[in-house]
Design a protein around this ligand. Sequence first.
Ligand code: KIV
Ligand code: ZN
Length: 513
Amino acid sequence: MNKVKIFDTTLRDGEQSPGCSMNLSEKIEVARALEKLRVDVIEAGFAISSPGDFESVKTIAETVKDCTVASLARATVGDIDAAWEAVKGAADPRIHTFIATSPLHMEYKLRMTPDEVYETVQKMVSYAAKYCKNVEFSAEDATRSDWDFLRKVVNAAIKCGATVINLPDTVGYTTPAEMRALIEYVMAGVEHPDGVEFSVHCHNDLGMATANSLAGVLGGARQVECTINGLGERAGNSALEEIVMALHTRPDVYRANTRLDTTQIYRASKLVYNIIGQTAPINKPIVGKNAFAHEAGIHQHGVLANRMTYEILTPEAVGIHANSIVLGKHSGKHAFESRLHELGYNLGPEELVSCFEEFKVLCDKKKSINDADIEAIVMHRSRTDESVSGYELDWFAAHTSNFTTSTSTVCLKLDGEKFEGVALGDGPIDASFKAIDGIVKPGEHTFDIYSINSISEGKDTLGDVTVKLSAGGRSYSGKGLSTDIIEASITAYLTALNKMRAAGMAAEPAKEE
Ligand code: KIV
Ligand code: ZN
């Protein structure tokens, strides 16, 4: 069996795509989940791109112990300096430098000749290798590059100290057969292959990212770059969960495995969706709601007789546990805790108490509590940055109809004082947010994301709201969870505003004389 390393770029290629931005504490949570998942490399960001990115790469490098931590860098001195400054505190730091090698990119984007690109690769890989023995070189748009030029550049990069050579399908253009042939061709031309690892990085523009990455493995790649849930530029990158479970399910074909703890896949997927305020499409492989559901009678019959008739992998293998017990208001702390254990959560005593309190509140509103509800409570409670102090909701009263303008009155508490705001709005949520704005007076900011998802089936389902705001180049997020979606929205908005306020981005309340 060959070992395939998993290089996760959720925090770089994933995070840089629209609607997927994360703040520092969210990135740290994802990095911790990736470490638990046992990925080999975490690409924590693109250090030069912003002070926020630099800070998060540096913090992750200093936090994570069991994975290599990489920062992306263009092939320039400034980028490589910043990447090294950010990752040098890691247990195993890596500089990942890249330059485009396709005629189109060299001529129109870089405005460089092939000779200039070749020279730059030599200079910049040598420069990075002075800092760090773990240097990855990526030939951007490799799949649309001239294969002989690619070989020449790759050999130069290796001679100058690159230990990992990555061939990205930057625009999701290649095919599995072509990807395998490209890897084989370039590898066959490597003059000093010892200690050099080949890698693939595929985008999903034609829905081929997983197939192309796996073809790369068949061609000899020993590192696959991918993201949780396939987040990434445009149609995304290849999805980690698909790559890992394909290798896991077909060792007879790929003759390769990974070191990952596959039972952490579902939780990592949920965490990332939760942070970006989305849910998996129901038919998403591995992590979608229907990925292990069998509706057709003939399928159900087969699965009952032998699961393998229609299941090539078990839900348990990715950390999904059968929903055998439904809890309710008569369930005690012990039952709640043991269900949490079965779901793979080991909470500390304080976290357990606060989750149990939230569970009891929910029991008064909802007759039966299933696993999705419990996971939502834990996820909501355990978010490390949700506890920022500031305004709290005392009460609200919203009025809405389909023939009048909605109004909302909101009463907030801050340091023992109460503040009331009232506003009209386009619907009760807009009215409530405007009433809050009248009290909190947030400074200049943009309202980036409002999303609402239902946690489970039924009319009494929990509404899970995500709000993301940005101000001064930083993003502030808030989550709200309630069977009342206006309350969940207010909580999410207030949490995000409190974080903005804690960063000095909102006015202090006017004191009444
Ligand atoms: O898609 C791509 O080419 C990249 C490189 C920077 C590795 O993300
Ligand atoms: Zn990419």
